[in-house]
Structures are given as C-alpha cells and as structure tokens.
Design a protein around this ligand. Structure first.
Ligand SMILES: [Zn+2]
Length: 496
C-alpha cells in the first residue's frame, strides 16, 4: 500500500525567473484573413503567414499555416519550422500565464510539427512539464485511489530526458517514485539530485529534504526561445537589402527580408490614433543595422546592456537627413517589439518640432506605444501593480531628466512615459498632441503642456495616475488586463 506523504513541490514564485514579455493565455479562435485565404499563391500565403508570426498575430498565423498545409500538403515541410514556431510562441505565452498544461501541449505540438527544434525549446518545455508534474503529484496525494503512477513516472522521466533542469528533474522523478511507493528508485533519484553517491544509506525523509533543497537552490531561469533563423549569421561585412525607404544592413538575408516585411507592416499602421500616420513619407532613406550579436551592437552603440536597439537621426533645416536604427540578432523580440519601437522613433523624426529637440519621455512614450499589443499590455499591467504598491517613479523626475535611467528603474520610466503620452492623446486626440509636440520642440514641454492642455507637470502626473486607475485597471474588452503573469515582465528592454 502506498504511503501518504506530503511532497514538497518547488514554489514557482520562489524559483521562477522568467524574463520578458507576454500576457495571457486566452483561448482564441484562429481567424483567417479573407484576402489572404482567397489567394491561391503559395508564395503570397507563406509570406502572409510568416508576417503574422513575426508580428505576433498568432491566431491568424496558425490559421494561415493550417490553410497552407491543407492546400499545399506537398510543400508542408518547407514551412514546418515557422508553423511550429507559432505554437512555441503560444506555448511561452501560456507558460507566462501559468497555464502549464496548455504550454506543455503546445510545445509538444510544435515538436511534432518540426522535431529539429526540440533543443531550442527544451528548457521552456521542461519548465512547463515540471509544473504539470508537481500539480499531478499533489493531486495524487489528495486522492490517489486510481492514480496512474506508471504514466506520471514516464512523464517525469521524459522531462528529465530533456536535460534542461537536471537537479530539479531528478528531484521531481524521485518524488514521483516516492509517491508511488518505490522507495529504492526514489532514493536513487534523490541522490542524483544531491549529486552524491554516498547517500544510499540515508533515510528517505532526509534524502527527500536534501534533494528538495538542492533543487530549490538552483534558480530555474527560462527565457522566451529565439527562432533559430534569427540566430544564423553569415561571415564578413554587412550585406545590403533595399526595400522601400529601408536600407537593411545585415548578415542573414532571410532575416533581412522578414525584417523588411515587418517594418513595412508597422509603417502601414497608424500610431497613437494617427499622430504618426500610416505610410508617412520619409525625408531620406532609413538605414537599419542588424548586428550579429549583442557584443557587436554594444561596440557600435554606446548603450546600456539592457538595450535591444537604438535610433540615430540628424536634421537639417527641419528635415531629417540621416535616419538609422541599430538592432541585433539573438533576441526573441527583434521583429515584433524592437523594430516597431525604433521605427516609431524614425517616424517621430518627421513630425514638426522634432528637429528642435523633444524630451526623452515624449520620444519613448510614442515609441513604446507602437510595440506589439502584448508588450504594451504588459507595460500597463506593470503600471497598475506599481501604482498599487506605491512604487511609481515621480513622473516629473522622468520628464526633467536629460536621458532615460540606465539602471533597473528604466522599465518603469518607459512605462510611465507611455502612460503620460496616452493620457494626453486621450485628453485631446492626435491634433492637439501634434500641436503639443510642435510647441514643445520650440519652447519646451512646460510651455507645450500649459499652452495646449492647460496643464502643469504635476497636473500631468495626476492625469497619468488617473489614466492608470481608470483606463488600465478596468477590463475593457471582456478580458482581464490585470491578470498576473508568472514572474516579472521586463517591459523596459525595448530599445531606447
Ligand atoms: Zn526608444
């Protein structure tokens, strides 16, 4: 008869160190864009599906890839990696939302579609599976009469085989054996977790506690996986791809083509209700430098470690004569977050007032608003949490600084800049905000605020707090915008 034992399962809050974005794991029905669906070209359908993936419109991407697989079954292998990556992105979103069972299923589905990505996502998949394992183990403790220990043992062993978190995986497998009454195998796994071969004579309780402590001591970090294509690089100097106003300097032609499609996609969209209008002409080419890695980026640009990109501009007689954005490969946020952020900086350079100089909080608030929806939603959630905790930074200190903070407070500074800009847009629409930028460029933000909005800095701070309370905290579309995510969402590393 199996013993009743309370198994210590690792506290997610204590060990979770998920860095970076995302929001919820809301189930949504894939919607196929009718114009794309009606096309009978494999090339155009593929481009639409990949663009939807690269801009994090995952339900649309899922539907498009499924449609392509139906119509062009003989070419399915060509798109297997990208189709699988839709589920990888969804799985990670679920992981952040603590929906580990869905995350596990989605990672599994991704690997079924494209087995070669297994090493790329092993860590994230193992993270989800360990949580599922603990959940099932605790369920068994509560009511174990018909519990399938054989299945859970296999599940824990398969998780260990991913080799992502060996100490904790040995502990989890040991706990499953322990729960099923196989003390000998439990002790073996606990010993492996402790990394000691001389513990076989110890009693099961001390081994269990020691293994638990060993597993807890190792922080379980888990970053969003990076699409393998984004990591490939060619040797030598930059290659050049021209597409519209964008001159992309790169080391990976496939990535450059996808970056061009993403830039054109975001360029064709209004930002802040049309303050940055869609397809706004540039006064010169925009050079996009995609470095091979962070080291090359940091060597070329004097930026803090957390920066994912940067923007440079020169103006002459009110017109931009040089526009550059600098980003790097190896980050999962390059296409759907960093590029639209830096592109918004470029587009802002076309607005009257920019060439005379705009405070950083305006520039970063506008740029942050253009990132993919999940990122801005995470930003808003962070603000609500900081407001509740009383940890918001004084907006006036952000407004009057020469630059955004380069320390850990940068996340909140970006988020509050976003909230302040959105509060002004909500108060007076794009036309007044355009006028505000123009006056600010000429005479500073104090005069801009007073002349256009009748606000002082402290009044804007009050307005921002009201924006957070009334617009960010309340559900607006049936979803729960304040649903807490697992771990901390780092919303600040979005380029500067
Ligand atoms: Zn920026």
């Amino acid at each position: 008869m199996r013993r009743k034992t309370a198994f210590p399962t690792l506290c997610v809050a204590a060990v979770l160190a998920i860095v970076l974005s995302s929001l919820t794991c809301a189930a949504s029905s894939p919607q196929l864009d009718s114009s794309a669906a009606s096309s009978d070209s494999f090339a155009s359908l593929s481009s639409s599906a990949i663009l939807a993936l690269d801009t994090h419109r995952l339900p649309e991407a899922e539907a498009l890839f499924a449609h392509i697989a139906d119509v062009y079954a003989e070419k399915a292998a060509d798109l297997a990696l990208d189709r699988a990556w839709v589920y990888v992105d969804e799985a990670y979103d679920c992981l952040l939302a603590k929906d580990y069972a869905s995350s596990d299923r989605l990672f599994s589905r991704a690997i079924d579609i494209c087995p070669s990505i297994k090493p790329d996502v092993a860590q994230q998949w193992a993270f989800s599976r360990l949580e599922v394992c603990y959940f099932r183990l605790n369920s068994a403790n509560a009511d174990d009469k018909d519990f399938d220990w054989r299945a859970l043992t296999q599940y824990a062993a398969d998780t260990l085989a991913l080799r992502a978190f060996p100490t904790e995986s040995h502990y989890a497998l040991g706990a499953v054996y322990d729960g099923g009454g196989d003390v000998g195998k439990a002790k073996s796994e606990y010993c492996l977790a402790i990394d000691s071969s001389s513990c076989a004579d110890a009693d099961i309780k001390s081994l269990r506690d020691a293994a638990y402590n060993a597993a807890t001591a190792k922080e379980r970090k888990c970053l969003r996986p990076v699409h393998p294509l984004l990591c490939q690089t060619d040797p030598g100097d930059f290659q050049i791809l021209r597409d519209g106003p964008f001159v992309i300097r790169h080391h990976n032609l496939q990535l450059a083509k996808r970056a061009a499609a993403v830039l054109n996609y975001y360029w064709s969209r209004d930002v802040l209700d049309g303050f940055l209008p869609a397809n706004q002409p540039f006064s010169c080419d925009c050079d996009v430098f995609i470095y091979r890695d962070q080291a090359e980026f940091l060597e070329a640009a004097d930026e803090p470690q957390w920066a994912l990109g940067c923007f440079r501009a020169k103006t002459d007689d009110g017109k931009a004569t040089m526009l550059e954005m600098h980003v790097y490969q190896g980050t999962p946020h390059l296409l759907a977050t960093t590029l639209p952020h830096e592109l918004a900086h470029v587009r802002l350079a076309m607005v009257p007032g920019f060439h005379m100089g705009l405070p950083q909080w305006i520039q970063e608030g506008v740029a942050a608003s253009s990132e993919r929806d999940e990122r801005t939603a995470a930003c808003r959630r962070t603000l609500v949490e900081a407001r509740a905790a009383g940890t918001l930074l004084p907006l006036t200190s952000i407004m009057n600084a020469d630059a955004m903070p380069r320390d850990d407070s940068h996340s909140l500074a970006y988020a509050e800049s976003l909230a302040a800009v959105e509060a002004l847009i909500r108060r007076g629409g794009k036309d007044r905000f355009t006028e505000f930028v123009k006056v600010t460029g000429a005479k500073g933000h104090d005069e801009g605020l007073m002349k256009v909005y009748g606000l002082t800095q402290s009044a804007l701070e009050d307005l921002m707090r009201t924006e957070i309370d009334s617009c960010y905290a309340a559900p607006s579309d049936g979803k729960a915008p304040n649903r807490p995510a697992a771990g901390s969402a780092d919303i600040g590393s979005t380029g500067i």
